[in-house]
Design a protein around this ligand. Sequence first.
Ligand code: NAI
Ligand code: MG
Length: 491
Amino acid sequence: MKSYKLYIDGEWVNSSSGKSFDTENPYTGEVWAKISRGNAEDVNRAVKAASSAFQGDWGQTKPTERGKLLNRLAEVIEKNAEILGEIEVRDNGKLIAEMGGQTKYLAEWYRYYGGLADKVEGSVIPSDKPGIFNFTRYEALGVIGMITPWNSPLLLLAWKLAPALAAGNTAVIKPSEFTSASTLEFMNLIEEVGFPKGVVNTVTGFGLEVGAPLVDHPNVDKIAFTGSDVSGQKIYEAAAKKIMPVTLELGGKSPNIVFEDADFEAAVMGAISGIFAATGQTCIAGSRLLVQKSIHDKFVERLINVAKEAKIGDPMSTETHVGPVTTQPQYQKIIDYIEIAKKENAKCVLGGRPYTGPGARGRQFIEPTIFTGVTNEMRIAQEEVFGPVLSVIPFDTEEDAVRIGNDIDFGLAAGVWTNDIGRALRMSEKLRAGTIWVNTYRAVSFTSPFGGYKRSGEGRESGKDAIKEFLQVKSVWIAQQTSTENPFIMR
Ligand code: NAI
Ligand code: MG
């Protein structure tokens, strides 16, 4: 059986407790690797290494050099994309059909921010103070703690690590206890590329044993986190005690809104992609499907017929559409929400049970599930399920769609299906979410800012401004000649 150590200061080391924990393949239910169980002492070691690297050579590395390293990393990622993809499938149950492309695509984040590394420019400010020259410079923050969830470990790491390194920071990474292996394999690539010791470190373990001490550590300068809103809030509170900046990406309950004038078949596919892709385990899931009343019944009928055909089973098969749920607790949570929906008198028109048909192994399969007759006040409409469970909510007018769409604590994304350009523009303006998709769904790129309104988070990832999330600006004033003006008044 494979056994992974911690990666600290350029070395593979045992956890100070000597303990480890199992990681499972969610498809087979088998334990396939042992992961080191880190603790606060390991966090200390990693932060010390990252601080020394930041204060030492890495802090002095030319931006162009950092860019070259990131570009080299992009190449190495492409070369190893297949292996990384297979590990995501084995440890997480992600589809090989999706991972084949996604692990290769990761390289683009490193390339994009590698290119940006030497284009971070301060400015000369036309000062109103005679005789004083004023300019700004952008400086790295220092040590960034990166805490990632189980649903897309390497992708969500790239969104943090690429801009943070481009900006000149160092990193201590804490992947999810359910899916640590791909991040650890990724450390081999970091090593191969030749990043100096201590620039990138990974400490595996549990949220309270590794994540919390990382957040609390006095020498950690920022936390970049993706995960549940509950953990996100705890991290925000802990960060407040240190007055430490954070970026938080906390999931959602996104409305996917279908108008009667939409391209019917494209909208059906968009609704399917919004909720059943990745077994519904995505923060951007279009889990509230708002359908205009005039087409509601016809739309639901077609949706059921398409969803029924989804092939459930082995994530390593390129034919599979819906794989296993990644973790046992997540499986239970989905089952519980299906019960909640039934008790709320939502009508289950598809699925609603564990899947035990052909292709199912282990215990973690759930049938693609659709509830109709959902009202927006129900828990099944308001709370993130993070599984293949869709709530269909009918609406009358455009105003209703906006009101229902926004009547939620979250604000990560929204989909709009219409052929009316005016309506598309009005909806894009009125929906309160960080990403709006019109006549498409799940489009995400390194070029475009991503993040949440409201309870979906704080800060943005991806796009050129995201590098600023890992920098702080300094204003420098230089007098052109010394003066002996009244020292008791402001200059
Ligand atoms: P989580 O928020 O509990 O864990 C995410 C990461 O934070 C993990 O690495 C975990 O070890 C760490 N963590 C947990 N508590 C912490 C603390 N107090 N301080 C520092 N680090 C801490 O999410 P989990 O358990 O992986 O999934 C639970 C739910 O979160 C899911 O059911 C889903 O609803 C949601 N979720 C949302 C994601 C998103 O992309 N927005 C991704 C994964 C989960
Ligand atoms: Mg696993």
